[in-house]
Design a protein around this ligand. Structure first.
Ligand code: FRU
Length: 523
């Protein structure tokens, strides 16, 4: 059997072997979901950056394909690496890459040049330069032809930022229907700026505008992602969402990589953030995930217009990602998340829900139980195993009765509960938390053994709702309607199949729990 090594995710994508980081070029085409990703074909740490490739019919069962874009000169003498980017189906053949009516898939990515050189296009690049290039595929993403005649298609950072030629990357390209143009968002990562470009043919690009710096500017900006969503309950209003990776500089309590978002308007050239989306003095941010392991999130191109927006994130962190105790691979992707916008407590907020395809691996061994009141201390549960989904809800405190200060479910626990990962709610601070201090092997980094928290108020019927996806080496928590998300890797040692409820300092009322076992998506 494959995919049975310790810590191997059972229903999250991970490559069979070697290093993976950012998802890139997510595209749905001809009824197939493509996932390309940053990949080192020759090692378990970052290097030789190439585009790996996997395909799926349902976003849950994946088949790994041959490397799509292999670092040029690999393995002896790498002269160009293929950094993060995106892909589109050029339905109208604006690029002219299509042949005999065949729709070309076009990838736009960052060429990272380790050495100064003259390229086949005659263009000169400097050592460490990052430029934007394109490649196309006429065989469903299996093989790619780089556009050597002109690459890179965006050679240098826009003026006056020429000095930033080593910090200019991660083009996310999409079709802007209103203006009938291609739009690419890129980052000037050290300046905390997004540079927005437009094109008629994917080959010639014009600078349209810039955005930033705003909000989270602790580290560099990476991996911009731009998409449009209606507001739930007010679908006549459509907004644009700009998502950005920040490294280091995640939410309070995390160390390393984080993801923030802005809500605003985009007219095909300029992104203007809503005032409510901007914080004074860059002191805060709209965090997309409050845990340590959700980064470089990218959305799917090619989904039916006006339909779902589905995003996948890299479930790791640059702080320790290259030292996590997995072998012969490193890193997994998050569960695909369906995004929407809704007013929550008066503010338009990005909501995340698991994309429904997880149900195809949910089995029927369901634990379902309600308690009028869960007593103070520990309440044992039947062992749910190592991969499962939890729905947990309970009453918020509506009085000053001596109720619990925190309520949590402990998972992936040893039989003596000396090892466990706690997912719960702090009624005093009104925060969801993931506590991985005693989760098992925490040796990847001195900051790994930590407790992560996210603000969450009770819903309209005064309850706290949590959805949790547990896999062999991760937990993902979605709170409320999905207005908060917390993603964390865990590496439990030995047998770690136990679970329990823990109500601290008092009782927790009206508890409803449901657990679905999750099957392996690999068999
Ligand atoms: C983000 C990132 C990107 C870059 C890629 C290189 O994780 O640093 O900015 O394109 O990884 O692998």
């Amino acid at each position: 059997l494959s995919h049975t090594e310790p810590y191997r995710p059972q229903y999250h994508f991970s490559p069979a072997e070697h290093w993976m980081n950012d998802p890139a070029g997510l595209i749905y085409h001809n009824e197939t979901y493509h996932l390309f990703f940053q990949y080192n074909p020759g090692g378990i740490e970052w290097g030789n950056m190439s585009w790996g490739h996997a395909t799926s019919k349902d976003l849950t069962h994946w088949e790994e394909r041959p490397v799509a874009l292999l670092a040029r000169g690999y393995p002896e003498n790498v002269t160009e690496m293929f950094f993060t980017g995106s892909a589109v189906a050029d339905v109208n053949n604006t690029s002219g890459f299509g042949v005999d009516g065949k729709i070309p898939l076009v990838a736009m990515y960052t060429s990272s040049y380790p050495v100064a050189q003259e390229l086949p296009s005659g263009k000169q690049v400097q050592a460490g330069q990052q430029s934007q290039s394109i490649a196309y595929s006429l065989d469903e993403g299996e093989t790619w032809t780089t556009y050597d005649a002109e690459n890179p298609v965006i050679h240098n950072p826009p003026s006056p930022y020429g000095a930033e030629f080593q910090n200019f990357r991660d083009p996310f390209v999409s079709w802007h229907a209103d203006t009938q143009k291609w739009v690419a968002v890129t980052v000037l990562s050290s300046l905390h700026k997004v540079a927005i470009w437009t094109s008629d043919n994917l080959k010639e690009w014009t600078l349209a505008s810039e955005f930033g710096p705003y909000n989270g500017v602790g580290g560099v900006w990476e991996c911009p992602n731009l998409f449009q969503l209606p507001i739930k309950g007010d679908p006549s209003i459509k907004k644009w969402v700009l998502v950005l990776g920040l490294n280091p500089g995640g939410p309070p309590g995390t160390v390393g990589s984080g993801t923030q978002y802005f809500i605003g308007d985009f007219d095909g050239t300029t992104f203007k953030a809503d005032p409510a989306s901007i914080y004074p003095d860059n002191k805060s941010a709209n965090w997309m995930d409050w845990g340590p392991d959700f980064y470089a999130a990218a959305s799917y191109n090619g989904l039916p217009e006006g339909g779902d927006v589905v995003q996948i994130g890299w479930m790791n962190n640059w702080q320790y990602g290259q030292r996590i105790p997995t072998s012969p691979w490193r890193s997994a992707m998050s569960v695909p998340r369906q995004l929407s916008l809704k007013k929550v407590n008066g503010k338009v907020t990005l909501l995340q829900q698991p994309q429904y395809s997880w149900r195809s691996v949910a089995n029927h061994q369901t634990l379902k139980h309600s308690w009028k009141s869960v007593s103070k201390g520990s309440t044992s549960l039947d062992s749910p195993g190592k991969a499962f989904k939890i729905d947990l809800s309970f009453a918020d405190h509506d009085s000053n009765k001596s109720l619990a200060s925190t309520f949590a479910i402990g998972v992936r626990a040893s039989s003596d509960f000396k090892q466990e990962t706690l997912i719960g709610y702090n009624f005093t601070s009104k925060e969801v938390f993931v506590d991985r201090r005693n989760s098992g092997d925490v040796s990847s980094d001195k900051t790994f053994a930590s407790l992560y928290h996210a603000p969450l108020s009770a819903n309209a019927d005064k309850r706290i709702n949590l959805q949790v996806f547990v896999d062999w080496s991760s937990v993902e928590v979605l709170g409320g309607q999905g207005e908060v998300s917390l993603t964390a890797q865990i590496f439990p040692k030995g047998n770690s199949t136990e679970a329990r409820l823990v109500s601290t300092d008092g009782v927790t009322q009206d508890v409803r729990l449901r657990i679905n076992g999750m099957d392996s998506a690999w068999h």
